[in-house]
Design a protein around this ligand. Structure first.
Ligand code: SF4
Length: 360
């Protein structure tokens, strides 16, 4: 009880500080899906002064997987005589013609794994079958995919491949910071991605765009501290990347994880759901590992596919609208019958908004 009171007091102090600092309308974006969920769950928005707004960004890895990529995954899983391994969150993401879950119900061998490592083990246990793993996620999951590819190469595994749709956060931030349609005064940078990246890859934001940046943890208090720091940077024009999550993030990040990614992947242009193609925002297997590239191995074409009719995932992911402003929210699109991945993923803005803000 006492701890709860102390927390309340600390949040109140931070709210007071924010009130004093925010002397103009400010819009901050939380980039990471885990932050988005924490903000909805804690009801933090209701504590902010009227002139401080929080918008959500493209930090949910499932949500930014392009419609064409989802369709390609479903096409591959439907090939027959193949084990298709995926993280659980991707199972219910609707493609143009159904989801991986629908496919599984019709008999396709789609398995949920917790890691790429588990998918490689499936390949080792089933040497007569091809196993393809759906590699999605940001800088957080890419190192483990890289480590597994290296292991598969060393063990000369021939029946394993990765459909590689990993994405990189800083190029998307560059797009958002440079957008003429958006006015974002500061970013709450993603905590987990920063554990891998450290501080340096974000430095272009304050330098080139004069935008405030803070790497914050995931508790309500952490996020509130981040917001106050962003307001302070704007007020005093002291733009920088403040590391407020030092208990988990080192300034240099995780050099071993960075090295693994560099060893296995090259940067490549990638399409993000609703955001379009972003230069060098994806990862492609280097030529020496191309035998593990599922798209090449199975001759898959990743088509440019429009979003489902009426779905505003792109605008939600860019912070242009709130989930409630999508005309399908809580009507045609709901957690039981989602239209877009933002309503499927546990880190999706629409799912979090529905769970914590929507009154049925
Ligand atoms: Fe897409 Fe549904 Fe969110 Fe609308 S409510 S943006 S349709 S996921």
């Amino acid at each position: 009880m006492r701890a709860r009171e102390m927390l309340k007091d600390k949040i109140k102090l931070l709210c007071d500080a924010l009130n004093n600092l925010a002397d103009e309308p400010l819009t901050f974006m939380e980039v990471c899906g885990t932050h988005t969920v924490a903000i909805y769950r804690s009801g933090l928005r209701s504590l902010l002064p009227k002139n401080v707004s929080l918008v959500s960004g493209p930090g949910c890895p499932v949500c930014v997987t392009d419609q064409g990529e989802v369709d390609a995954a479903i096409q591959l899983a439907n090939k027959g005589d193949l084990i298709f391994a995926t993280y659980g969150d991707m199972l219910r993401v609707p493609g143009t013609k159904g989801s991986l879950q629908d496919l599984r119900a019709r008999g396709a061998d789609v398995r949920v794994v917790k890691s790429c490592d588990e998918a490689l083990n499936l390949a080792l246990k089933n040497p007569t079958k091809e196993v393809a793993f759906l590699g999605v996620g940001f800088e957080t999951t890419a190192p483990s995919t890289a480590a597994v590819i290296l292991e598969a190469a060393e063990r000369e595994v021939e029946n394993f491949s990765v459909l590689c749709f990993h994405k990189l956060v800083p190029p998307a931030l560059r797009l958002l910071a440079g957008s003429k349609e958006l006015k974002v005064d500061g970013f709450i940078l993603p905590g987990h991605v920063s554990v891998v990246l450290g501080v340096a890859p974000y430095m272009f934001l304050p330098r080139d765009f004069k935008v405030a940046c803070a790497i914050a943890g995931f508790e309500a208090l952490d996020i509130m501290e981040g917001i106050v720091e962003l307001a302070r940077q704007v007020r005093y024009k002291d733009f920088k990347v403040s590391l407020l999550y030092a208990r988990a993030v080192k300034p240099e990040g995780n050099p071993l994880a960075q090295k693994l990614v560099r060893r296995v992947f090259d940067e490549a242009d990638a399409r993000w759901r609703g955001l379009g193609e972003i230069k060098k925002s994806g990862l492609r297997l280097k030529a020496e590992f191309s035998r593990f590239d599922a798209a090449a191995k199975f001759d898959l074409r990743i088509e440019e596919v429009p979003l489902p009719s009426g779905c505003k995932c792109g605008d939600v992911l860019m912070g242009k609208i709130t989930p409630q402003q999508c005309p399908l929210f809580a009507k045609r699109c709901n957690p039981d019958d989602p239209v877009g991945p933002c309503m499927v993923s546990s880190e999706g803005s629409c799912a979090a908004c529905y769970k914590y803000s929507h009154k049925v």
